[in-house]
Design a protein around this ligand. Structure first.
Ligand SMILES: NC(=O)NCCC(=O)O
Length: 411
């Protein structure tokens, strides 16, 4: 399963793991930032990116401790970030064909690199034009099983024995042609294993996706594939810790987060959320974002305060990366160039971080999780008449204590 990944120097780059020893300082540096500045200059990171046919290929490897009773379970993950290929004013068939051609090139590169499980970005076969609120873009919606993107990727999945996660705009013809934001999971035999529909839909400017589709109705499925158990948390779902938790409770070992997001809104959170989810849930997270600025044919109002009508949302910032359960992560792909990230992940690391029953099982987050406590709280919270558990400082002046008491009574 672990053929060498083609890189400039023929080797994949090992990822630094969290230190195991007691704190021995940080090599004389006063902060992590100072250490990084001196030791990870930008030109070194860029030197690791190899360019093939106008896109970057980067590769890394997460290792786990060698166990006595289990063999390593190394799975090669692939993440693809790309842009639209031609003007959004061109006929839809031309736009889609151009994206298909480019993505096929990238998928073939992943196949040749020996990728086992590959994931594309959110709504990959189309411009992310939901911000326009124009109905015409619905034409890109397609059937999850018989649609053109599944046909293309199924044939590539068989050829490279690859599991491919394909996030698309789905039209459900069996249910009155309703549209969903869906990830189709295609098995290594080219079969559709199943699909997951986006659970949390942004109702925020400038995304406004709720004009097109509702919150998903597929729960938190985990797909048992030949390479391991995978799940998909689509874009805005990454802001919801319980969404991440649910995939973990169902046994996910790798959760993919195909996204379409812009710098002005989310870039400060990008490096934190997927990484935190990987730590808290003891699984790998692969976060993928598209690149480039998409100019739509007609100006639209974004709802962003102070912003007049415009034809774009600002650039999607790429930066796709993988985070591991031991708090390590890969560097990200470029902010503005298309790319393929290839990452070897030993899935034994999930259990090594999880558990809590032996010296190898390091953190025991699941064992110490107190699920009944939270189940009780959530069960109470969703009922009308819920009283927040607030204890008022009796020394507060009367107006403050009246306010707190009102709040407690739900007034
Ligand atoms: N596609 C999507 O859900 N975008 C919302 C913005 C974000 O979550 O960063």
């Amino acid at each position: 399963m672990s053929a060498p990944v083609p890189t400039s120097n023929g080797a994949s780059h090992p990822v630094e793991h969290a230190p195991e020893a007691l704190d021995e300082g940080i090599a004389g540096y006063t902060s992590v930032e100072a250490l990084l500045e001196d030791n990870l200059p930008q030109d070194k990171l860029e030197a690791e990116a190899v360019e093939y046919g106008g896109f970057d290929v980067q590769s890394y490897a997460f290792t786990a401790r060698r166990e006595q009773l289990r063999e390593p379970r190394v799975v090669r993950l692939g993440l693809i970030q790309h842009g639209i290929q031609v003007s959004t004013s061109k006929p839809y068939a031309v736009q889609r064909e151009a994206i298909f051609t480019r993505v096929e090139e990238l998928v073939r590169m992943a196949g040749q690199a020996g990728v086992n499980v590959l994931c594309l970005q959110e709504a990959w076969p189309m411009p992310f034009a939901f911000c326009t609120r124009e109905r015409e873009w619905c034409e890109f919606a397609e059937d999850a099983v018989t649609g053109p993107s599944t046909a293309l990727l199924s044939s590539l999945a068989v050829q490279y024995r690859m599991v491919i996660i394909s996030p698309i705009l789905e039209r459900d013809s069996a249910h009155a042609d309703v549209i969903w934001n869906t990830a189709v999971v295609i098995g290594h035999n080219g079969n559709v294993i199943g699909k997951h529909r986006k659970n949390h839909i942004p109702r925020i400017p400038p995304f406004d996706e709720s004009h097109y589709y509702m919150e998903g109705d597929t729960g938190h499925p985990v797909f048992q594939t030949v390479y391991g158990r995978v799940a998909v948390n689509i874009c805005y779902g990454r802001h919801h810790p319980l969404n991440w938790l649910a995939f973990g409770l169902n046994g996910a070992e790798v959760v993919f987060n195909p996204s379409a997001t812009i710098g002005a809104l989310s870039e400060p959170m990008w490096g934190v959320e997927a990484r935190n989810a990987a730590i808290a849930n003891s699984y790998f997270v692969a976060a993928i974002n598209r690149v480039g600025t998409e100019l739509y044919p007609h100006a639209f109002t974004t709802g962003v305060q102070g912003q007049g009508p415009r034809q774009d949302m600002g650039p999607f910032y790429g930066s796709s990366y993988v985070a591991a359960p031991d708090a390590s992560r890969t560097p990200g792909l470029s902010r503005d160039r298309e790319g393929l990230l290839v990452v070897d992940a030993d899935l034994n690391l999930c259990q090594q971080a999880r558990g809590g029953l032996g010296v190898r099982d390091r953190w025991g987050f699941q064992m110490t999780a107190r699920y009944p406590l939270y189940a009780q709280l959530l069960g109470d919270f969703i009922k009308p008449g819920y009283k927040p558990q607030v204890v008022v400082d009796p020394t507060l002046d009367s107006s403050a204590s009246r306010k707190a008491a009102d709040c407690e009574k739900g007034r």
